[in-house]
Structures are given as C-alpha cells and as structure tokens.
Design a protein. Structure first.
Length: 295
C-alpha cells in the first residue's frame, strides 16, 4: 500500500562542508529555507548528500540536524552498504531518530543476483521499524532492481515506494500499473515524463533551486493542466541538464553557495564544478528568473 506522504517534490539535501567538517549551521539554514517553499519532504544522506564520504556518526548527526530544521516535513534517511547484516545494523542505529523511513540502495560493487537482492531487502524490511523506499540507481550500484524483483518486494508491508533512476519507461509503467509502490522519479531530467505516466512525484536535486517552480509543475500535472506544465517544464528542463553536466553534487553546490551563504566545498574524490559549468547554470537560472521572478 502506497504511503500517503510519499508524493510531491522532495529535495535530496546536499551536505554543506566548511574546512572539511559538516557545516550544521549552513545545513539548518538551507533546510529551513527549502521547507517553506511547498516541497513535500527531504532526503538526508543520499547520493547528492555525499553520504559515502560521511562516517556513521556524521550521518546520524546530519539526520538530527535536518529533522530539527525541517519544520515538520517528513525526512527519509539514506542507507547503503554491501553486507546485509552490516546494513541492517546501520539501519537500526539510524532508526533511533524519528525519520519517516529509509531510502535504501541495492548492494553496490558486489552485483548480487536478483534472488540476492530480494533476500537483502526482505531482511532489512523484516528488521526495520520504519517504511523502506527502494533506491534503484544502477549507475552507482552496478545492478538493477528488476521489475519482477520489485513487484515481489512490493508484497512486504514495510516496502512502500521506489526512487527510480532506471531510465526504463516500461519498468516505470509496470510499477505504476501494479499500484502497490509509490513511484518517485530519481532522474531529474525525466520527472515530467514520470509524473505524466502516473508517478507520484520526484526526489530531485535540481529542486534545491527555485523549488517552488518544481512544486508548481507537480501540482499542474496532478490536476491535469498539461499545457501549463509543459510550458513550465520547457524552462526547468535546461536547469536539470546544466546541473548534471558534471558529477552531482558539484554543480548544485556551486549554485547554492552564493544563494545560501554556503561554502562551495566537496569531499574528495568529488570536485567542484568547473567555471564553465557554473556559468551555464547561472545563465539558465537568469532565464528562469526573467520569466518567473523569485519572490
């Protein structure tokens, strides 16, 4: 059964850094500013949050800070790893804080079989006190959560949604048609198509910038105002292209830094966006601001 909260536009938060440490003051400012934009929720410690570079204590504190600043909006906590027992233990430690659920990837690097993926997620869901959202991101994990596998996992009562980065429209439509899992788009450039095909929303790094316009896009699609939605998407789609022209979250952080008094800082091996990439983003944002002035 789809959870009622898992719809709309969610922001997978960047992790601000200052001289190598997590900038919790900056994270609070950013989270509070976005919370007032009409978005539906947040993800802490996802791939956009450079979670792979954060140790367990940093991840726990990051979740705590986001929960304190989220103004009551739901927060999904990203969890990933390889060995099922270790991931289960990590999930249970994170469950000490009141997140809305966990966003969990398939095991990375080891490329398990689909049967192994079923066993992995089933063990986590059996142990978890909170809902689980499957994070299908084969570009980072090296393995798909295939359609039949996802439909099998949908039978578990605590597995309630998916963040879909598969770029597979047939897969998307099969999950939407089945109806048991909330389908959240994870590839920003495909969110319009996903939501038009029945997806419930998007977890979109691009929504760090002009989030209210992404919220307007989702609402227009939901009420069937496709002409309005197409016109808005025509402006927003180039932003999704510019923000992913170089590895995420470098471009997003470059754009956020001057707007939210943050350092344009990433942890190695991630690098800052190039000057050319940052300039292209600013050009796109200027065009959007010219059509829809920021308030």
């Amino acid at each position: 059964m789809q959870p009622s909260f898992l719809r709309g536009i969610w922001v997978p938060l960047v992790t601000p850094f200052a001289d190598g440490a997590v900038d919790h003051a900056g994270l609070r400012r950013l989270t509070a500013a976005l919370a007032g934009s009409g978005i539906a929720g947040f993800v802490a410690c996802g791939s956009t949050g450079e979670a792979a570079t954060l140790d367990d204590a940093e991840q726990q504190q990051m979740l705590k800070t986001v929960l304190e600043a989220a103004q009551g909006l739901p927060v999904l906590m990203g969890v990933s790893g390889v060995a099922t027992p270790a991931v289960r233990d990590k999930l249970l430690r994170q469950a000490e804080l009141p997140a809305a659920g966990f966003l969990v990837t398939a095991p990375h690097y080891v490329k398990p079989s689909q049967a192994g993926i079923v066993d992995h997620f089933s063990a986590l869901a059996d142990a978890s006190p909170l809902p689980i959202v499957l994070y299908d991101i084969p570009a980072r994990t090296g393995v798909r959560i295939e359609t039949a596998t996802m439909l099998q996992l949908a039978a578990h009562p605590r597995i309630q949604g998916v963040k879909d980065c598969s770029s597979d429209l047939d897969h998307l439509q099969a999950i939407v048609a089945d109806g048991r899992l909330a389908m959240m788009c994870g590839n920003d450039a495909q969110m319009f198509a996903s939501m038009c095909l029945g997806g419930t929303g998007a977890i979109a790094a691009a929504a760090h910038l002009r989030p209210e316009l992404f919220v307007t896009l989702h609402r227009a699609i939901e009420r069937g105002a496709l002409g309005e939605a197409r016109a808005l998407w025509k402006l927003l789609w180039p932003l999704t292209q510019a923000l992913f022209a170089e590895p995420n979250p470098g471009p997003v952080k470059a754009a956020l830094a001057p707007r939210h008094d943050l350092r344009n800082e990433l942890r190695a091996p991630m690098t800052q966006a190039s000057d050319a990439c940052a300039a292209a983003i600013e050009q796109v944002l200027a065009e959007i601001d010219g059509r829809y002035p920021a308030r």
